[in-house]
Design a protein around this ligand. Structure first.
Ligand SMILES: NC(=O)c1ccc[n+]([C@@H]2O[C@H](COP(=O)([O-])OP(=O)(O)OC[C@H]3O[C@@H](n4cnc5c(N)ncnc54)[C@H](OP(=O)(O)O)[C@@H]3O)[C@@H](O)[C@H]2O)c1
Length: 326
């Protein structure tokens, strides 16, 4: 494989970020973009120097020269967009959450396997150097045995019932958009909990605007995770062990600064490297996997993606939140 030839499906906010990350990789060819409208595809193509601009997602998926498609639509569309791309024989990097629920995720992961294609959820946080450093400190016992993970993802986003975060038709709500980061962080450090206790405040449109979950483990270890789209507070995370703690400074999912506080010692504040807009790490992971002929990343594994989706399902089921067509 010479250059990896990318197609970008959708032209919204995150598509722009990934276009920047992809076009800054020397071995990437950002070849095509697909949108619901020709005008938007052309505008995006002009901005990023993308030569092939399609007015439908189907036309993008049918381009025989595209190796891998990055899906950047609202959550509710990931399932059908992924099936379109996989059935067209394309490798896929799909925005988080992979799908709205675990059943849909299982279907897409199975389809990728059946077709012999690479599929990864764009959980970029797992590649950020600060998160990797935290994992190393935990693995090396720098804070003893972890007993508590706390993470907050909290922004006050103006209410608009038709916007992606508030519209149930677009699978709005804080958990699937933001809580997936707090959940992935806890899962990364502690794995699957034995029990979850979760509560949410559902807003005018019926989606969760505030949710908090306690994850409990067999030995009493806990994670306390909050996500909200209606309140603002620092978005930090703490990993606390029997001999100290690690703080991922805000915003924890793309943190550039860590504090390591070991019992009986001064706190150490460490600035961690951060490249570009932070999305290039996952783009390089896709390249490495494709070049090695791998069908899944060893960092964002299919099993982790699926297990986290089942935990998100469990939280939503405790509040009685189902999306249309579920
Ligand atoms: N990794 C991250 O840091 C990060 C950050 C933000 C969002 N995300 C994820 O990325 C996905 C998209 O989020 P975003 O913030 O980029 O959303 P956005 O700005 O609203 O863009 C979504 C795009 O999807 C396409 N689309 C297709 N059907 C649509 C519909 N019914 N309503 C609205 N848009 C529709 C549109 O592109 P066309 O008109 O070109 O078809 C639109 O521009 C979400 O799943 C979200 O979780 C990830």
């Amino acid at each position: 494989m010479d250059k990896i030839r990318w197609g970008i499906l959708a032209t919204g906010w995150i598509a722009d970020q990934l276009a920047e990350a992809i076009t800054s990789q020397p071995d990437a060819d950002c070849l095509a973009v697909g949108s619901r409208s020709q005008e938007s595809a052309d505008k995006f193509g002009d901005k990023w120097g993308i030569p092939r601009c399609y007015s439908t997602y189907e036309a993008l998926a049918a381009d025989p020269d595209v190796d891998v498609i990055y899906i950047a639509t609202p959550h509710n569309l990931h399932y059908e967009n992924m099936k379109l791309c996989l059935n067209a024989g394309k490798h896929v990097l799909c925005e988080k959450p992979l799908t709205v629920n675990a059943a849909q995720a299982q279907e897409c992961l199975d389809l990728a396997k059946e077709k012999g294609l690479f599929l990864m959820e764009a959980m970029w946080m797992k590649f950020i150097p600060a998160v990797r450093q935290m994992q190393k400190w935990v693995a090396n016992g720098r804070i003893g045995t972890v007993r508590l993970v706390q993470a907050n993802f909290a922004f006050n986003i103006p209410f608009n019932p038709h916007s992606r975060l508030y519209d149930p038709e677009l699978a709005g709500g804080a958990l699937l958009d933001m809580g997936i980061y707090t959940s992935t962080l806890a899962h990364l450090v502690l794995g699957k909990p034995a029990r979850i206790l979760s509560a949410a405040r559902l807003g005018e449109t019926g989606v969760d605007e505030l949710n908090t979950s306690i994850w409990e483990y067999a030995d009493g270890t806990q994670a306390v995770l909050t996500s909200t789209q209606r309140l603002e507070r620092p978005c930090d995370a703490f990993i606390t062990g029997t001999q100290g703690y690690i703080k991922l400074h805000e915003n924890f999912w793309h943190s550039r600064k860590l504090t390591l506080k070991q019992s009986g010692q001064e706190a150490e504040v460490v600035q961690v490297p951060y490249e570009g807009n932070g999305y290039g790490y996952q783009v390089r992971e896709v390249h490495d996997c494709l070049r090695a002929g791998k069908l899944e990343s060893a960092i964002v594994t299919h099993a982790d993606t699926l297990e986290i989706m089942t935990l998100l399902d469990e939280m939503r089921s405790q509040w009685g939140l189902l999306y249309p067509n579920e």
